[in-house]
Design a protein around this ligand. Structure first.
Ligand code: NAD
Length: 541
């Protein structure tokens, strides 16, 4: 296969079909010429990709204003009405399954099967989950107030939309990641300003097109471009939902702090698999090989470290190597999406080898190729980027450890904390170990796939960010609690209103004693004081 470096080489593509990949219903009238920061050729085979029209950062405030205007009426609809508007997206995803998978295949370089399984089917489930659940999830709750302290009062907590959600996404799952926020954000009554990665703008446009004709004009606005356009989105939003690298996430968080708006950050990972001595070898080996090499390891939850109990190493390590060698390039494994990513993966492997890592399968491709073979290495030292930094590529490092304690200490030593998998037959003990792992997700005898489960919170710790995607917990970010108190008390004054008098002072301290600030006799005496003082206060004393 003649693999090309990604389109950052910026070759002029004269044979690219003039595709309008912006969402007509909600996208800007682009004023800049096509090309911008977008790759022009497929990482898969170098074939030309359709041209993309960039959005000027100066257009972003205009789109933000229009989105806000549309949001007012949208938020006034009931959750059920909004759900009925969005429900058809499920059928659209399924009906366009082949188109979606084919585009992601060409734009990202992932196998068609992987694109269909990760970027189509779970998204249809996601729309169904949220449209079914949203009415109940947005229901307000009543707060009971103590009738003696707060007579005649009743409180209600509503879940109000944030307003304008700024959504900035990466290239590795360019359909699934945006949809995980767009669907619940809209259902909760928000508008969305969506900037897909400049590496996968066509998949971003496809995502926006799934809503075409369903939503009020401008409610979902697609903007295309690089970091400058992303920064313009951050400058306009009421909340930013960001998925991407640690470095960019930090910049986004700083800007959000300056603007005093919340942000949700889903960042990188250095996920570990722990193989305990009693693991079921065949399942663990198959699961780990998939968890490391799916999407060529370009997955925030990719297995980038395997801690294998020495007692089982002779059985599982050869099996992992054998399964890895059996993977068919192109059929089973993706190419890397960008040359920049390929350079990072090469460097990590080279530095690990220099530190004594033994390559058991695979190895770096020839210069210029993005077809990085699935690679297994065995090493003892952890002080190398391959074990410390996010690799985001198809390398599976294996480290032998002395049992579960040793493994847990090593996993928790990472600056990242996205997911960990535990491979063992002793499920009860695994649940105990899970509680000691400082990662947002723990899977027992499986790895990573729960990002695709709409009902399960996807979240991390440390440099993996503090965002929460999926599940009712995600709504905690996409809505704000609004407390509404209704007072049915007809009295002319509350106890704590003016005037402040000696009687009021007496009541305040008597109340403190009655509630536990004094012993039994002190409490009884304070109760008598209250009985005498309260009527005086009611009469204006
Ligand atoms: P990136 O940080 O380079 O880019 C992410 C997005 O940020 C892009 O759309 C980019 O244009 C935009 N951007 C760049 N500068 C910006 C700025 N100053 N302000 C606002 N936006 C800006 O990341 P990437 O290379 O596209 O994605 C790969 C990373 O994403 C990996 O680290 C991976 O682990 C992470 N990721 C995390 C999750 C998760 O759920 N935790 C999921 C997928 C990917």
């Amino acid at each position: 296969m003649d693999l090309q470096q990604d389109g950052q080489a910026a070759e002029a593509v004269t044979d690219a079909p003039e595709a309008n990949v912006t969402n007509e219903a909600s996208a800007p009238r682009a004023t800049e010429a096509a090309s911008g920061p977008f790759p022009t050729r497929s990482p898969l085979d170098g074939s030309a990709l359709p041209a993309v029209t960039a959005t000027s950062p100066s257009e972003v405030p205009v789109l933000a204003r229009k989105a806000r205007e549309a949001q007012t009426a949208w938020a006034a609809k009931t959750a059920r009405e909004r759900a009925s508007v969005i429900a058809p997206v499920k059928k659209r995803i399924l009906a366009r399954a082949e188109e979606i998978a084919d585009l992601v295949h060409r734009e990202c370089g992932k196998p068609i099967e992987e694109a269909a399984l990760a970027e189509v089917l779970p998204n249809a489930d996601l729309v169904e989950y949220w449209t079914d659940a949203i009415e109940e999830l947005l229901e307000g709750t009543t707060v009971e107030l103590d009738p003696l302290s707060y007579p005649g009062k009743i409180g209600r907590i509503h879940k109000a939309p944030r307003g304008l959600v700024g959504l900035v996404t990466p290239w590795n799952y360019p359909v699934a990641i945006p949809l995980r926020t767009i669907v619940p954000a809209l259902l909760a009554g928000n508008a969305v300003l969506f900037k897909p990665s400049e590496i996968t703008p066509r998949a971003g446009a496809l995502v926006a097109s799934l809503f075409e004709g369903l939503l009020p004009e401008g409610l979902l606005a697609l903007v295309q471009g690089g970091g400058d356009v992303g920064a313009a989105v951050v400058d306009e939003a009421d909340i930013v939902v960001f998925t991407g690298s640690v470095a960019t996430g930090r910049r986004v968080a700083v800007r959000c702090a300056e603007r005093l708006i919340p942000c949700s950050l889903e960042l990188g990972g250095k996920d570990a698999a722990i193989v305990l001595a009693d693991a079921q070898v065949e399942r663990a080996a198959n699961g780990i090989v998939w968890g490391a090499f799916t999407n060529a390891g370009q997955n925030c939850a990719s297995i980038e470290r395997v801690y294998v109990d020495r007692k089982i190493a002779d059985k599982i390590v050869p099996r992992i190597v054998e399964l890895t060698k059996a993977l068919q390039p192109g059929r089973d494994t993706a190419v890397l999406t960008t040359s920049r990513q390929c350079d990072i993966v090469r460097r990590h492997l080279a530095e690990a080898e220099a530190a004594g890592a033994e390559v058991l399968a695979g190895g770096a491709p020839e210069a210029g190729s993005l077809a990085f073979a699935p690679t297994v290495v065995k090493l003892d030292r952890e002080d190398t980027p391959l074990l410390r930094e996010e690799t985001f590529g198809p390398i599976l490092p294996i480290v032998l450890v002395d049992g579960a304690e040793d493994a847990i200490t090593r996993v928790n030593a990472s600056t990242f904390g996205l997911t960990t998998s535990l491979w063992t037959r002793r499920v009860g003990a695994a649940h105990e170990l899970a509680r000691r792992l400082k990662t947002g997700v723990v899977t027992i005898n499986n790895h990573g796939f729960t990002a695709a489960v709409a009902a399960a919170p996807w979240t991390g710790t440390g440099e993996s960010g503090y965002g929460i995607t999926n599940s009712p917990h995600a709504l905690g970010e996409l809505t704000r609690p609004q407390f509404v108190l209704e007072d049915r008390n007809k009295a002319a004054r509350e106890l704590w209103w003016y005037p402040y008098t000696p009687v009021l002072r007496k009541i305040a301290f008597a109340m403190a004693r009655v509630r536990g600030g004094a012993g039994l006799f002190g409490r009884i005496a304070a109760a008598f004081e209250l009985v005498a003082a309260l009527p005086k206060r009611l009469l204006g004393g």
